[in-house]
Design a protein around this ligand. Structure first.
Ligand code: IMP
Ligand code: MG
Length: 182
């Protein structure tokens, strides 16, 4: 399938499943070779669920654990406005070495929020692994430890990534055909 249509938008094939699996192998082997001890993987839902499943089954570090979190946005007080919080983080994180698993890092705003929340929970060490990274869109200076593939500033779907919640089940990654905004 070289094209996918979602809500009248046409997406074209961008990264095939074979390449995705090569990228997953490469990231998991980099993580396995790193010096991180007793890691707690933190998968950021929803987008990362397939990437997480594929990465985690390849991790060979002893005492590896995994948990799943979701960011929720809500309207706080008038002064704070929109606030992001993490739902689902029941682990005691103090002194833990965590590895964040992200599907894609775009502006980096989500990543910055997650890191801020984890630091408040007194983690020992934070490493970040992302399947995709858009350097042209990135607005932060937080270093990313494991990057699967750098991509241009295109909107992509498939392998967990969505457009209006659709497209997550596509086995390949597709990009929006025309440079219109999603
Ligand atoms: P951020 O801009 O780095 O905060 O990215 C926030 C979130 O937007 C990511 O975790 C994705 O869920 C979503 N996102 C960013 N770029 C894309 C894309 O190209 N396709 C689908 N979702 C995206
Ligand atoms: Mg996401």
């Amino acid at each position: 399938m070289n094209q996918a249509t979602i809500n009248n938008k046409i997406f074209e094939i961008f990264i095939r499943d074979k390449e995705i699996s090569d990228i997953v192998n490469q990231i998991s082997s980099q993580i396995n070779k790193s010096d991180i001890k007793d890691p707690l993987f933190i998968s950021i839902l929803n987008g990362s669920f397939l990437f997480t499943a594929d990465i985690f089954r390849k991790i060979t570090i002893p005492n590896s654990e995994i948990t799943f979190v979701k960011l929720s946005s809500y309207n706080g007080t008038e002064t704070t406005g929109k606030v992001n919080t993490i739902i689902g983080l029941e682990h005691d994180l103090s002194n833990r070495n965590v590895i964040i698993l992200e599907d894609i890092i775009d502006t980096g705003i989500t990543l910055e929020k997650v890191i801020q929340i984890l630091k408040e929970k007194n983690v020992a060490e934070i490493k970040i692994a992302t399947l995709l990274f858009k350097p042209e869109a990135y607005q932060k200076s937080i270093p990313i430890d494991f990057i699967g593939k750098e991509i241009p500033n295109d909107f992509v779907i498939g392998y967990g990534l969505d457009y209006n919640e659709y497209g997550r089940n596509l086995p390949h990654i597709y990009k929006l055909k025309n440079k219109e905004k999603c």
